[in-house]
Write a new protein. Structure first.
Length: 402
């Protein structure tokens, strides 16, 4: 379908607009925005399409949308701020900050294993409902009482939903405020960036509704939009679980509720950040530009935490990219070039297709957000890939003129 694209592109970056338009005409986008900054100045700021499936609301420059696991990059940033301030030690046991976490053989799990998906605590061992997800203390209590699904530190397995509660509870124990509150007061508020974990009711009118994919979705999209199996009974090992590992990690997503006021207001720091592309690109620009963290922290967070091409116990079972995943401390490393040609670029993507990253060496920050669900982190979705390619072609053209 054709769509009116609004916003601006700096000279040389017109190719990004072309690919953005093709996302609507050829790749099924409903509503979306893309933002790119170089040296903190926006060279691309585009939006278009509809904020709902019925076409009753236009996508605006300041539209917000649920970005699923792209939220994890914001959650990890909160932890790294505390590390830089000397309030959090990545190699200290989680139980130093959260004593109840020491239950069921977890006393020695260090904080860094939470951030690098190596703790083994991918989900509670007790059945939970979607509504339970809105009860912070209930979920954290269940995770604290859960034995690891594998020997901690020996393997990585994507903590699809639990990541936000685990890291968020450590942040809450140190600061005395929720993850979403800390993020807003320390990062997104001062930067005037439209990114929320726990979106205020006053901002709900700006939120776009997520829509089902046009074609067969990834496992994450299926779970998020209504066809997840019922919660599994308590089990003691990932090998004993009757569901696929990816389903175990996702089993308590709020199926069918993702466009509700309750979901938008809740704090689910691995999965329900609501953001604009410009907001995410602003945060990643400040992060990659050294405004938020020390140089040592910037190097630390994008240092691989496992073995090269290590098999991910969760994602290997559920995505087209298969077994090869590399994680830094809370961030996806640029193993597949999804963040352009620089292997040192880092960021995070989300189920459905949103993606944001920083490329400090090229002074680039980028974000794409949308409401038509696609393959997302599975590698099936090429909407962002085409946009990123156009960004770097534009950047190369700029450098060739100098």
């Amino acid at each position: 379908m054709s769509v009116d694209v609004h916003g601006t592109c700096a000279p040389g970056f017109e190719g990004v607009r072309d690919e953005f338009e093709r996302n609507f005409t050829e790749r099924g986008d409903l509503g979306a925005s893309v933002a790119v900054a170089v040296d903190g100045e926006f060279v691309v700021d585009l939006w278009g399409g509809d904020a709902d499936k019925a076409g009753t609301r236009a996508w605006e420059r300041d539209s917000l949308v649920n970005v699923y696991s792209t939220t994890k990059g914001m959650t990890a940033l909160c932890a790294h701020l505390l590390v830089d301030r000397g309030e959090l030690d990545l190699d200290a046991p989680v139980a130093r900050y959260w004593p109840e976490f020491a239950q069921e053989g977890k006393a020695d799990i260090p904080v860094r294993w939470l951030l690098s998906h190596r703790s083994g605590v991918i989900a509670p061992s007790e059945p939970m409902t979607s509504e339970d997800l809105y009860d912070w203390d209930r979920v954290c209590g269940a995770l604290a009482a859960t034995p690891p699904w594998w020997k901690p530190g020996t393997a990585q397995g994507y903590h699809a939903v639990s990541f936000g509660y685990l890291v968020g509870e450590v942040v809450r124990r140190i600061t005395g405020v929720s993850l979403g509150t800390f993020l807003r007061s320390e990062v997104t508020g001062p930067l005037e960036a439209d990114v929320y974990v726990g979106t205020p009711e006053s901002e709900h009118g700006r939120c776009a509704d997520l829509a089902k994919p046009l074609s067969s979705p990834s496992e994450g999209a299926r779970s998020a939009l209504g066809s997840a199996p019922p919660p599994a009974p308590p089990v003691r090992s990932i090998d004993d679980h009757p569901l696929a590992p990816v389903t175990l990690a996702l089993q308590y997503l709020p199926v069918g509720h993702v466009n509700s006021a309750a979901y938008r207001s809740a704090e689910i720091p691995a999965a329900n950040g609501h953001a604009s592309a410009r907001g995410l690109a602003t945060v990643y620009g400040a992060l990659g530009g050294g405004e938020l963290l020390s140089g040592a922290a910037l190097e630390r967070l994008r240092t691989r935490q496992g073995e090269p091409d290590e098999r991910d116990l969760v994602l290997a079972a559920g995505t087209a990219w298969g077994e090869k995943w590399e994680w830094g401390l809370g961030y996806m490393l640029n193993l597949y070039g999804q963040a352009g040609p620089n292997p040192r670029a880092f960021g995070h993507g989300g189920a459905g297709g949103s993606y944001a990253f920083a490329d400090p060496e090229n002074r680039v920050s980028y974000a794409y957000v949308m409401n038509r669900m696609g393959g997302g982190t599975s590698g099936e979705d090429l909407r962002s890939v085409h946009l990123v390619g156009a960004v770097y072609r534009g950047l190369a053209g700029q450098e060739g003129q100098e």
